[in-house]
Write a protein that binds this ligand. Structure first.
Ligand code: KIV
Length: 263
């Protein structure tokens, strides 16, 4: 495997060449190093840390300072994987506010920021400032109180059309990557085929351009129930480094997700 540090252009080339992109979340230097050494292509410092690190009920309690802190340690240990940092709840209310907050994550070592929803103006402004952006559509954990629970999005045809239209507009606004969370596999396949930027799925079926899982879910550790779309890569029992390697090959060889992990 080439150990050259990856950029958003390498991920775009992987989509063009039909190579699946393997991504995992991480929140500290030790896991970042192990994940990086296993050849995972992108590491997301997700605001899921509110749940798996802080033990909170949702991602809403995560602050920008929390994200900066964890991004710094993940970035310090990474050599090859692209580091993406989540912009937490209410840190992108308008384009300028988004840019000022994204700058802090980039200065902590992120190479891209991710924000949830149809925030086209903020995306365009960030990209104009030289900040690569990953969009996030489908299930939006920061809007969980409006959505009324962690459920599959885009089942209703009108809702599916809106997700597709938002995805196209995010791409037009300059997003270089899109995470699709918890949507029917058929919808994710259609969106992945329509967009030229890579689409990374979580609970979105096998036809996305790549996959992401929450680290603690795939290691089957931590509090709370694991989502149906996750898989326990520690079974049969293996070393953690091997679990990361197995996840990478399962994604690259289209063995994960299976229909059991999809909607
Ligand atoms: O915060 C996170 O870990 C995420 C993933 C669920 C994609 O956004």
């Amino acid at each position: 495997m080439n150990r050259k540090p990856l950029s958003i252009h390498d991920l775009a080339a992987m989509k063009r060449q039909g190579e699946k992109i393997a991504c995992l979340t991480a929140y500290d230097a030790s896991f970042s190093a192990l994940i990086d050494q296993a050849g995972i292509d992108a590491i997301l410092v997700g605001d899921s840390l509110g749940m798996v690190i802080q033990g909170q009920a949702s991602t809403l309690q995560v602050s920008l300072d929390d994200m900066i802190y964890h991004t710094r340690w993940v970035a310090a240990a990474r050599r090859r994987a692209l580091v993406i940092a989540d912009m937490p709840f209410l840190t992108y209310p308008d384009p300028l506010g988004a840019a000022m907050n994204a700058a802090k994550l980039m200065q902590a070592g992120a190479q891209m920021v991710k924000l949830e929803g149809a925030r086209f103006e903020a995306v365009r402004f960030l990209v104009d400032q030289g900040i690569p952006v990953c969009g996030h559509l489908g299930l939006l954990p920061q809007s969980i109180n409006r959505l009324g629970g962690y459920k599959v999005q885009g089942v209703d045809p009108a809702e599916a059309d809106k997700i597709l239209a938002d995805a196209l507009q995010l791409e037009a606004a300059g997003a270089a990557l899109l995470v699709l969370e918890c949507v029917p596999a058929k919808l994710a396949a259609a969106i992945s085929a329509r967009l030229s930027i890579p689409v990374i799925g979580i609970g979105a079926g096998i036809d996305c351009d790549g996959q992401v899982l929450v680290l603690y879910d795939m290691l089957d550790i931590g509090i709370g129930k694991r989502p149906r779309f996750s898989m326990n890569f520690m079974q049969p029992p293996v070393a953690i480094a091997e679990a990361f390697g197995n996840y990478r090959s399962a994604v690259k060889e289209l063995r994960f997700p299976t229909p059991d992990h999809s909607f």
